[in-house]
Design a binder for this molecule. Structure first.
Ligand SMILES: [Zn+2]
Length: 331
């Protein structure tokens, strides 16, 4: 188990290095292998391993999903080496130094990050700026012309900022409009960048589209992190975020809502865009997993109502047995 655990915790470095290598990005961008490995180790270490969900394993999971989407025919045929490099970099760094609490929490506790980024995409701005900091510190791209480097940093930011879930509807409606008009042209750099943003968004929230066992594990991890935030809120007499309240919410409820209102709408459009076996498989898992959570919730509700019914019956029996001797005295 310890071996497996350690392997998992090094997965971000190994996976990203392997993908850079197999796409030929190291040669193409003349990257120094030592600098690259050092950069990836720094990224991995900047993820907080105590977070149940937003840790380096989540980043590796998103990078793996991103790779799968980059392999889809429409993307594989059109993405340039620069797109591939940025897509993988954005996936690996998109939650860098995540504090394990959400933006509203940072705002209501007057966290310095909220002030720094003026309460807007606070976390995503922090992930991006942290990534840029490590890119510069490692000097991974220092041999490239300054203009190219700055341009890459900007594009990296635009990709990471797209993962802000509160902006999901803007991206979704733009995506839908493009698909309705059939005007996406992936020889156009702006359109390719937009599809990279959508692919990263899909990769970030694709857990419910994975097989049940894996999907369930991620769902439990993310809920653990939410409930931990709720516990801190309760302890400090702050208003407890409904999503984070273990006393009134459950993994099943959270997942059903997340799948219905966030994941499904995005993946329906993604499979319209890229109607492949992978997309169909993901939609199949999504529907089965949602069913799984619904059945689990129904079962739990039935058990709870049976338990309270039994409690009521035994309470009634108790009071009857107490009344009997009194009644017999009276008679
Ligand atoms: Zn993420």
């Amino acid at each position: 188990f310890i071996w497996y655990y350690k392997l998992q915790w090094n997965s971000l470095v190994n996976l990203t290095f392997h993908l850079f290598n197999s796409y030929g990005l190291i040669e193409l961008f003349q990257l120094d292998m030592v600098k690259l490995r050092r950069f990836l180790v720094m990224i991995q270490e900047d993820y907080r391993s105590l977070n149940p969900y937003h840790n380096a394993v989540h980043a590796a999971d998103v990078t793996q999903a991103m790779y799968c989407y980059l392999q889809e025919p429409k993307l594989a045929e059109t993405m340039t080496s620069c797109d591939l490099l940025l897509g993988l970099l954005a996936a690996a760094t998109h939650d860098l130094d995540h504090p394990g609490v959400n933006q509203p929490f940072l705002i209501k506790t007057n966290h310095y990050l909220a002030a720094l980024y003026k309460n807007s995409s606070v976390l995503e701005n922090h992930h991006w700026k942290s990534a840029v900091g490590l890119l510069r510190e490692s000097a991974l791209l220092s041999h490239l012309p300054t203009e190219d480097r700055l341009n890459m940093e900007e594009r990296l930011g635009s990709l990471i900022l797209a993962t802000d879930i509160s902006r999901q509807n803007n991206y979704l409606s733009e995506f839908r409009t493009h698909l309705d008009k059939r005007d996406l042209c992936l020889t156009n750099g702006r359109h390719r960048h937009f599809i990279l943003q959508i692919a990263l968004k899909c990769a970030d929230i694709c857990n419910p589209c994975r097989p049940w066992k894996l999907s369930k594990l991620w769902s439990e991890k993310v809920t653990e992190e939410f409930f931990h935030q709720g516990d801190i809120e309760r302890k400090h007499h702050l208003e407890v975020t409904p999503l984070c309240d273990r006393q009134s919410n459950s993994v099943a409820n959270i997942q059903i809502g997340f799948m219905t209102y966030v994941v499904e709408p995005l993946f329906v459009e993604w499979s319209r865009f890229s109607d492949t076996r992978l997309s169909q498989t993901m939609m199949g898992h999504l529907s089965l997993n949602k069913q799984g959570w619904k059945e689990g919730r129904d079962k739990q509700e039935a058990n709870t109502s049976r338990a309270s019914e039994e409690q009521r019956t035994s309470a009634a029996k108790d009071s009857n047995s107490k009344e009997l001797p009194q009644g017999s005295k009276r008679s």
